[in-house]
Design a protein around this ligand. Structure first.
Ligand code: ASP
Ligand code: MG
Length: 440
């Protein structure tokens, strides 16, 4: 069994749904198909929610009507038969009645908001399933809310998802196509919840891990993970093969194509993840698996909105216990540290969550001297295979960056990552310079 996930743009137009139907059926292999909401829907639902939080009911209703008009037009174009269209209308009618109900719920809380944003995936999957029925395809809708569960820390419980799915799938041996929702899940209170924005990728790999799938395929509208950000750099190309470790670094460091947690369950269960392009299905895409190729430098990615904090020990040389005290402060404020560099008397760290920056700074000041933090920094990371005995990698990187000021360099923590901290105003120059210097 394979798990195939289609993102918002891949289901965002009726003709795209038509091509997906073609894609999922033509190889004759059984699969679980995970769908995102139609492109723009999750944003619209959140925007309705914002109006409700600011108690602007009229505005919420207007936004809901606009969204409804979009779905009405969508199903008109999607279905070919009156009975297909009838089913589509019933689905849209029912879910928008629920939206109306949420709009009038007082008080409107986070619980209602989560029910609201879940509607994107609930709509796309039901509409698509009715379309498959119209086409006479042997398929079944599996409600994600029946098996996708998270714990009190919002972490998916893979063992539970595994046993839930085993029970649900057992009576359907031989079924070719299962459809389910990405993104949505239930929390320990049994309420509707979600895996955070972009979470449908994560759903797919969790299902892949849970059923020990042959492969997970993530279908988007780009031909795989690129070696650099194609929005900023001209000559980028898809990477054919990545190891789980390399892909995890890239997904975390800003390669927007994949939800950063996607790799975890796939790696855990050894399920390969393939990134594919719905607009060009024959393109190879990117294969992420256990094995790594020995290509030295594979990709460059950037993580925005980074803040650097510069900490100097007041007790000078050979003091021990200093780092411990520093990190205890970050731990206390549940603030993850991304990059660290040290000298004999100083340590610099970067964070991306600045919610508790002031409190962190004032606690650090109790035992250290601080410089003003630098906001608006970017971590540029170079991903590949940098085994310690390989020569010449650092010089290539530094040469490429020779005209760009670098604030911090981190190399040696992982064999797969070199990280540089630069000011945001040098982000584009850095990505371009590294592309030229490392790939051409
Ligand atoms: N629909 C959700 C979002 O827009 C989940 C996803 O598309 O992966 O974030
Ligand atoms: Mg996505």
């Amino acid at each position: 069994m394979q798990v195939w996930k289609f993102g918002g743009t891949s289901v965002g137009k009726p003709e795209r749904m038509h091509s997906i139907r073609q894609l999922i059926t033509e190889d004759g292999k059984p699969k679980i198909v995970v769908l995102s909401a139609l492109s723009g829907s999750t944003n619209s639902l959140l925007s309705i929610s914002e109006s409700l939080i600011s108690k602007n009911i009229t505005e919420a209703k207007e936004k809901a009507n606009e969204l409804r008009a979009h779905y009405d037009a969508f199903i008109q174009e999607l279905y070919k038969t009156p009975s297909g269209l009838g089913k589509g209308q019933t689905i849209v009618e029912k879910e928008f009645a629920f939206i109306d109900q949420l709009i009038t719920t007082v008080p409107y809380t986070l619980k209602e908001e989560k029910e609201m944003v879940a509607l994107g995936e609930l709509l796309s999957t039901q509409i698509f399933e009715a379309y498959l029925q119209e086409e006479g395809i042997d398929s079944l809708l599996l409600p994600a809310l029946d098996f996708m569960v998270i714990d009190a820390d919002n972490e998916p419980i893979l063992s539970k998802i595994e046993s839930n799915l085993a029970t649900i799938l057992a009576p359907h041996k031989g079924k070719q196509i299962f459809i389910t929702q990405g993104f949505i899940c239930r929390n320990p209170a049994g309420e509707v919840d979600n895996l955070k924005r972009g979470g449908s990728d994560y759903t797919a790999s969790l299902i892949g891990g849970a059923i020990a799938a042959e492969e997970v395929q993530i279908w988007t509208d780009i031909d795989g993970m690129h070696n650099n950000d194609p929005r900023i750099v001209k000559n980028t190309f898809p990477i054919r093969e990545l190891s789980f470790a390399e892909a995890a670094e890239l997904a975390y460091f800003g390669a927007k194509i994949l939800h950063p947690s996607t790799i975890t369950p796939a790696k855990l269960k050894g399920v390969p993840v393939r990134l594919k392009n719905t607009l060009e299905p024959i393109a190879y895409g990117t294969l992420i698996s256990e094995k790594s190729t020995d290509i030295e430098i594979k990709a460059i990615a950037a993580k925005d909105n980074i803040t650097a904090i510069y900490i100097h020990s007041t007790r000078m040389l050979n003091a021990y216990g200093f780092l411990k005290r520093v990190f205890e402060v970050f731990e206390k404020y549940k603030t993850p540290v991304d990059m660290i560099t040290t000298s004999e008397v100083s340590v610099s760290v970067t964070i991306d969550n600045t919610q508790n920056l002031d409190a962190i700074m004032s606690e650090l000041r109790e035992f250290a001297d601080l410089e003003d933090p630098d906001m608006n920094q970017v971590i540029v990371c170079i991903v590949g295979n940098f085994y310690a005995d390989k020569e010449g990698i650092a010089i290539k990187v530094l040469n490429a960056m020779k005209n760009i000021p670098i604030r911090m360099i981190s190399y040696g923590a992982s064999e797969h990552n070199i990280s540089l901290l630069v000011d945001t105003k040098f982000k584009n120059d850095s990505l371009n310079a590294l592309n030229e210097g490392l790939f051409f």
